[in-house]
Structures are given as structure tokens and as C-alpha cells.
Design a binder for this molecule. Structure first.
Ligand code: C5P
Length: 229
């Protein structure tokens, strides 16, 4: 069984409000994309990488890719389209049982230990596995007008992180079905859940944050500095 890594990196990162897609912003002196790929390579030096990039992306530099075996695949309109594009690009090479880990380029702080634990769980669990962290805050639902409508019990609620890992054939089937239904999905697990399956939750570090808003950049810098210490 080969190990494949799919890194969707075709987003614009508009919430960042920067002059470039967020994966090219510098984090402790290196672009986020380079940091994320370096972490993945530390954990899985032998893996095969699919990097989903916007076909019009002029910021990318191949020198940031530490993997020997990698390909650039065209990103699509939504994240799910980018991941589906990567799965299609490796259809000739991938075996049905090969393990595929999908990891957001915007999560540079994931640790090698969490990566290994997720891989091990995803290998064993028939429906795959995701890194996740229990919700700590009290959760409110709004009424659409800026007031609270309800307090949602946080017990049993988790933040879905990445990577998320599944067998190649299962992930293809799940994403095809999700795209055919046309409902928006923001992670792979929700597509697998829609098939009636229950991926495993692997408790991961809460500092595996997704760089989304401007303040996240300095926070990610602190997290990385602490991890290197
Ligand atoms: O925007 P957001 O942070 O939710 O995007 C999650 C991940 O999906 C990012 O790594 C982003 O680059 C990627 N993405 C993509 N193709 C899109 C939209 C987002 O690869 N069309």
C-alpha cells in the first residue's frame, strides 16, 4: 500500500486580506506552503505528494517541495474540486487500498507525532480517520440578526482538523457522491459520513491551527517557535 498526500493549496485565502494567497505569506521567514510541506516530509519522507495549485498561480516555487515524488494538480472552484482533481490525476497509479491523507496547506503547525498517529489510525479504520480536537468554548447559535437563539451543548463536539485519511477507492466514491449531490462540503470526512460510514476521531493537538485570519500568522509563529524549542 502506497501512502499519498494530497495538499489542497488552490485557495485565495481572501479572509487574510493580504496581497497574495495566504500560503505564500511568510511564517518565521519561510512561506507557509514551504513550512507545511517540510513538516509532512519530516513525517513521511517516502510519501507521494499531490499539490493542488491554481493553474494561474505565479507565486509558487518548486524549490519549496522537499518530496522526491510529487506532482502539481490543477485546483478547482471549491476545496472539494481541488481534492477530486488530485484523486483523478493519480487514478492510473493509485491502488484501491492505498492510503490517502489530505492536509490543508494552511495548517503548518501539525506535529510529526500527530501525523503518525493519524496515519496509523486511518490505516486500521475501515471508514478512515481524522485529527480532531474537543470543543472548549460554550457554543452559541445565532438568530441571523446578531442575537443568540440557542446554546448548543458542546459535549461530544469536536473541531475537525487535518490530515484526514482514507483508502483511495473509498475517498473517490465519497467525493464523487458529494459532488453529484451538489451540497457544499468543507472536509473529506463529511463526504464519507454521507455514505453512512463513521470515520474515527483521533484526538490531535489544539495548536494545529488553520491560518485563516491576519492574527493567526503571529499565533502560528509562536506555536512553531515553541515546538522547535
Ligand atoms: O479557505 P480555507 O482555509 O478554508 O481553505 C482550506 C484549504 O483548501 C486551503 O489549504 C486552501 O488552499 C484549499 N483550497 C483549495 N481549492 C479551493 C479552495 C481552497 O485547494 N478552491
Amino acid at each position: 500500500r502506497h501512502l499519498w498526500l494530497i495538499v489542497p493549496a488552490a485557495g485565495q485565502g481572501k479572509r487574510m486580506g493580504a496581497d497574495r494567497p495566504k500560503q505564500y505569506l511568510e511564517l518565521a521567514g519561510r512561506p507557509i506552503l514551504a513550512r507545511t510541506l517540510t513538516r509532512l516530509h519530516q513525517a513521511f519522507p517516502e510519501a507521494r505528494l499531490c499539490l493542488c495549485l491554481d493553474p494561474d498561480d505565479d507565486w509558487f516555487d518548486a524549490q519549496w517541495v522537499p518530496f522526491a515524488d510529487w506532482r502539481r494538480t490543477p485546483g478547482g472552484a471549491e476545496r472539494v474540486d481541488s481534492v477530486a482533481g488530485a484523486l483523478a490525476a493519480i487514478a492510473e497509479e493509485a491502488g484501491a487500498d492505498d492510503l490517502v491523507l489530505v492536509h490543508d496547506v494552511a495548517r503548518p503547525c501539525v506535529t510529526v507525532d500527530d501525523l503518525h498517529r493519524l496515519r496509523d489510525a486511518a490505516r486500521e479504520a475501515a471508514a478512515g480517520a481524522i485529527l480532531a480536537a474537543p470543543v472548549a468554548d460554550t457554543m452559541k447559535r445565532d438568530d441571523g440578526r446578531g442575537h443568540i437563539r440557542a446554546t448548543e451543548p458542546r459535549e461530544g463536539l469536536w473541531h475537525a482538523l487535518t490530515p484526514q485519511g482514507f483508502g483511495y477507492a473509498l475517498l473517490c466514491r465519497a467525493l464523487e457522491a458529494a459532488r453529484a449531490r451538489g451540497v457544499a462540503i468543507t472536509d473529506e470526512a463529511s463526504a464519507v459520513e454521507a455514505l453512512g460510514l463513521a470515520p474515527r476521531l483521533v484526538s490531535g493537538r489544539r495548536d494545529n491551527l488553520k491560518v485563516t485570519h491576519p492574527d493567526d500568522l503571529s499565533l502560528a509563529g509562536w506555536i512553531l517557535a515553541g515546538q522547535d524549542a
